[in-house]
Design a protein around this ligand. Structure first.
Ligand SMILES: O=c1ccn([C@@H]2O[C@H](COP(=O)(O)O)[C@@H](O)[C@H]2O)c(=O)[nH]1
Length: 235
């Protein structure tokens, strides 16, 4: 089965004005936008509303991780912004995941609810240091099962775990993969990385790319080159 991957640009900018310089050149048909902790903390919910009103699919990547009541209220507030997708940490546990899911049930606008498994910046050594003896792959699998049992729509993982997750959870379960690095771009702090073409060939639904676009000399050209390469590799 081949699903066409959607590209989401991680708007990791220090303020709304910097983000707007790129966003104003973009077409909602070309990509979705991810707002994370830096931009949200600086620019707030008004900027998220502005992006939604401009017609973009917005993934609000705030990775809520708190007691169930607090996370339930936070995802409901995110839904009120009109975002397309919101996420929580699977490590918050089953009751937290269920509370988040229930907070979105029966709403007129229900964003997709996704659980972060193992951050793409982490390795087996990082997990071991936290007392987790499973490999990243095993830990992702276990946390994805928890998310699926709790009725979430999918997970954030690395592209390396995609095939085993598709086998275990099926192709309807949404996989969102940061750690996407076009050939020749800098890895930075990411550890479990894959090229956009390889990730798209796996049928991953959402590819998240930040710095290879936002730090490029010409961000729009960098994004268009990735899109063209995806189109060419799927032909
Ligand atoms: O496991 C995760 C979860 C979230 N992220 C976020 O994705 C982008 C990636 O940006 P790059 O510049 O392409 O590395 C960033 O906003 C992270 O907060 C992640 O990387 N890994």
């Amino acid at each position: 089965m081949t699903t066409r991957s959607q590209l989401f640009v991680a708007l990791d900018y220090a303020d709304a004005q910097s983000a707007r310089q790129l966003v104003n050149q973009l077409d909602p048909k070309l990509c979705g936008l991810k707002v994370g902790k830096e931009l949200f903390t600086a620019a707030g919910p008004d900027f998220v509303r502005e992006l939604v009103q401009s017609g973009f699919k917005v993934f609000l990547d705030l990775k809520f991780h708190d007691i169930p009541n607090t996370v339930a209220k936070a995802v409901a507030a995110a839904a009120d912004l009109g975002v397309w997708m919101v996420n929580v940490h699977a490590m918050g546990g089953r009751r937290m995941l269920v509370a988040a899911r229930d907070a979105l049930a029966d709403r007129e606008h229900r964003p997709l609810l996704i659980a972060v498994t193992v951050l793409t910046s982490m390795t087996a050594d990082d997990l071991r240091e936290l007392g987790i003896e499973r490999t990243p792959e095993q830990h992702v699998q276990a946390l994805a099962q928890l998310a699926a049992d709790a009725g979430l729509d999918g997970v954030v993982c690395s592209a390396h775990e995609a095939e085993s997750l598709q086998q275990a959870q099926g192709h309807e379960f949404i996989l969102v993969t940061p750690g996407i690095r076009p050939h020749g771009s800098e890895q930075g702090d990411q550890r479990r990385i894959m090229t956009p073409e390889q990730a798209a060939a796996l049928g991953i639904q959402v590819l998240v790319i930040g710095r290879p676009i936002t730090q490029a000399k010409d961000p729009l050209a960098a994004l268009q080159a990735i899109q063209e390469s995806l189109t060419a590799s799927s032909a």
